[in-house]
Design a protein around this ligand. Structure first.
Ligand SMILES: [Zn+2]
Length: 93
């Protein structure tokens, strides 16, 4: 999963930024420590990487998870959750 933009969240200030723009920022080194998933309410951290072509791209930090309401919350995680809910409902009958 890659992202074409991210939210910079720093000292309570949030700003949306395109991946391509990140590498052009003068405060690049501080920005890359504060990149988050662009979906409202999601707290997953993103990291910036570079393809062999030099083109930057964003991916999720492996220690973080997307919020359940996030668009990027993976289908796999959703399936697990749905299966659990189903069992709970059946158990109650
Ligand atoms: Zn997210």
């Amino acid at each position: 999963m890659t992202f074409d933009r991210a939210i910079i969240r720093n000292l309570g200030v949030e700003r949306m930024i395109e991946t391509e723009e990140i590498t052009r920022q003068p405060d690049y080194l501080s920005i890359i420590k504060n990149l988050y998933c662009p979906i409202d309410g999601c707290t997953a951290r993103l990291i910036i990487n570079r393809r062999s072509t030099g083109k930057p791209y964003l991916s999720k930090h492996k220690s973080y998870q997307h919020s359940e309401t996030c668009f990027y919350f993976t289908n796999e995680e959703k399936l697990v959750q749905t299966a659990t809910e189903y069992r709970v409902v059946n158990g109650g009958i």
